[in-house]
Ligand binder design. Sequence first.
Ligand code: SAM
Length: 204
Amino acid sequence: MARRRQHVNSLGLGFESFRGRRPDLPAGRPVEIEIGCAEAQFLFERAARDPDRTYVGLEIRPELVDDVNRRAAAARLPVTAVFGHANHHLADLFPPTRVARVFVNFPDPWFKRRHHKRRLMDEDLARAIHRVLEPGGDLLFQSDVWDIVLDAMGVLDAVDHLFENRAGPWSFWRSPHPYGARSWREAHCEESGLPIWRLLYQNI
Ligand SMILES: C[S@@+](CC[C@H](N)C(=O)[O-])C[C@H]1O[C@@H](n2cnc3c(N)ncnc32)[C@H](O)[C@@H]1O
């Protein structure tokens, strides 16, 4: 499958009101979500490994949402993509404490200084993630862009009593993460020898 690389301005008009469809969250099945799932390689690998959970990808590019849902139906895997903007719609999509794991894999870097305000992680998103995660639930954040991970740590370690850094305060997670799946960008970085910086938090 050809990979579409264009970035969409997540601050663009039209994202504030929720226009997506809420995912089905069958009772008794733990829920894992990826924010910015793109083609959802990570979630498909997770689902193949542990099909007794529900996997939901949030994405602001509608053509990717449709494509993920078509492939999930064809493969009969419990993966759903929803059109939703993480910074606005987490509370519309998930009841409080319903989610067991949140993955933020390689968010758009927005390198130019004038675009930094488009970067994903901020205190409001940290609070929204905290609300949908169950107590003790995991939050993984990973990127090959040092600035992005440092900014995320600056939010997630500083925001009061929401998360505990599993590597210790203000520390990176040094080992591979324990989820047995790789996102497209993660696989690309590993195969190209690019560094990956990881943060792993437990919801309080
Ligand atoms: C660089 S790609 C990474 C894709 C995948 N997670 C990976 O690691 O290969 C980032 C994705 O996040 C999506 N995205 C950006 N901002 C978002 C937001 N606020 N909410 C949901 N998705 C977002 C983009 O459209 C893009 O598909």
